[in-house]
Design a protein around this ligand. Structure first.
Ligand SMILES: [Zn+2]
Ligand SMILES: [Zn+2]
Ligand SMILES: [Zn+2]
Length: 107
């Protein structure tokens, strides 16, 4: 017997999505997680520019530090930048660099 209330997404109120993360605000389904980790900008709380803003406070996106989100997957293991998890521990930019390096034929 599945306890669906455990999977009540705090953002979209969906209970059918059983894949997601647990953040301080509650369960966030995979769909909302993806949306959240694509948001970037200046955090309205700490005013730091170019932050990943997956948190939510009063309907405002806030950064991981302000939201208390401790998710190592959001930090690129190579360049240390925060981004939507793209490929095993690497941000989109580092993945792209890898792809380009791999695809460019050597002259
Ligand atoms: Zn959701
Ligand atoms: Zn912040
Ligand atoms: Zn990176």
């Amino acid at each position: 017997m599945a306890d669906t209330s455990k999977y009540h997404c705090t953002r979209c109120n969906d209970e059918q999505q059983h894949r997601g993360v647990r953040w301080p605000e509650g369960f966030v389904c995979r769909r909302c997680y993806q949306q959240a980790t694509r948001r970037r900008g200046t955090c309205p709380r700490c005013q730091r520019p170019d932050r990943l803003l997956p948190g939510l406070a009063n309907d405002q996106p806030i950064c991981t530090d302000c939201a208390g989100i401790d998710d190592p997957r959001l930090t690129c293991t190579r360049c240390g930048d925060q981004d939507e998890p793209h490929r095993r521990g690497l941000c989109a930019r580092c993945c792209l660099t890898d792809d380009l390096t791999a695809e460019v034929p050597r002259v």
